[in-house]
Design a protein around this ligand. Structure first.
Ligand code: ATP
Ligand code: MG
Length: 335
């Protein structure tokens, strides 16, 4: 089984990235051939400063390694080190209906939030589909926000296969019942339901671009500040606290072990304690969960040469796979 996923180097990694994506990546390392990339080409839509891009790209790599990605098992690489992604982006784009892009939720959401759309943001799902299809990935572990992009990747893979593979049958995409197998395998999203959308400190989806994150590797002070700044309502100290729509409760639920959560739930519903006490509980949980990785992160930051070596080695392994697939694509399309 081949597993693929990426994270943008558009900011520092946060709890949403960990629980929505990276935790699953780590589990998948043992289940097949895993490829994880740093999506720096995607990040160009929001980072327009070369030094910052280099720094963030390095930081995402360090973060993956600190959290337990093992380069002996999984392939870790920078998207821009495998230029075949960009080549497939163009070829795939020629079978993509414009209406699919106009209707993509994530594009519409970013535009509604006031981001001035450019072609990069608009065509983002095509590059993402190319990222996935170029490795013939079976499984793509992602957060809920990427579900639609995965569906689009499947639709376009089917369109391409229908156009270019004589004998391809959409009801038999792998050619197991007499059809011809497609050039592209149809990838499957793996979304963990209970952690599907991690809320940020303002209650909306936690996202690097929304300035509502709790960073995994921020300074102790910054982490404290973010957690103490989680938006709460004005329920008096003595009253039971509301469960719904409360990002503090949602984050406690995400991080606490089941037995501890029971106790937190009881205290939350009993009243008598203010939100500040629960914020301190969350802060303690954060450190108990991430301090080992945080120490490793600090160590790795001192050895950029080692990280660079991991990325170079990852790129050469990824390129070998991408090259084989591009040869099939070129044969099929005649370019
Ligand atoms: P950006 O704001 O630049 O889009 P992001 O914080 O949303 O950044 P991405 O690089 O887009 O991060 O996403 C990396 C992975 O993390 C994806 O699989 C995405 O689904 C997941 N993810 C991001 N935010 C959350 C969240 N709040 N809850 C669950 N999963 C998330
Ligand atoms: Mg995102």
């Amino acid at each position: 089984m081949r597993i693929l996923s990426g994270i943008q180097s558009s900011g520092r990694l946060h709890l949403g990235n960990y629980y929505g994506a990276i935790r699953q990546f780590l589990e998948f390392q043992d289940q097949g051939e895993a490829l994880y990339f740093i999506a720096n080409l995607h990040a160009l839509t929001s980072v327009r400063d070369g030094d910052r891009m280099r720094e963030l790209t390095q930081d995402v790599a360090v973060s993956y390694l600190a959290l337990g990605l093992d380069p002996a098992r999984a392939i870790l690489f920078r998207q821009s080190d495998v230029p075949e992604h960009g080549e497939l982006f163009w070829i795939l784009g020629s079978v993509v209906p414009l209406s699919d892009l106009k209707n993509a939720h994530s594009y519409k959401e970013k535009v509604e939030r006031g981001q001035n759309p450019d072609f990069g943001l608009f065509s983002y799902p095509i590059l993402m589909a190319a990222d996935i299809l170029i490795y013939n990935s079976h499984v793509v572990p992602v957060g809920q926000d990427q579900r639609q992009h995965l569906e689009l990747a499947r639709d376009w893979a089917t369109k391409f296969n229908r156009a270019y593979v004589p004998g391809y049958r959409p009801d038999d995409p792998e050619g197991e019942r007499g059809g011809t197998p497609g050039v592209f395998r149809l990838p499957e999203a793996r979304i963990l339901e209970h952690t599907a959308v991690v809320p940020g400190t303002d209650g909306q989806k936690m996202s690097k671009s929304y300035d509502n994150t709790i960073e995994l590797f921020g300074t102790d002070k910054a982490v404290r500040k973010a957690i103490m700044g989680i938006k709460t309502d004005s329920t008096p100290v003595e009253d039971p606290k509301p469960l719904d729509g409360n990002p503090l409760y949602a984050l406690l639920k995400l991080m606490a072990a089941p037995a501890d959560l029971e106790e937190i739930h009881r205290r939350w519903c009993a009243g008598g304690e203010g939100y500040g006490v629960f914020k301190q509980n969350l802060l303690d949980l954060f450190h108990a969960t991430f301090d080992v990785a945080r120490a490793r992160h600090a160590e790795l930051c001192k050895d950029p040469g080692q990280v660079e070596e991991v990325l170079r080695d990852g790129a050469s392994r990824a390129r070998a796979l991408a090259g084989e697939q591009m040869a099939r694509v070129r044969r099929a399309t005649g370019v």
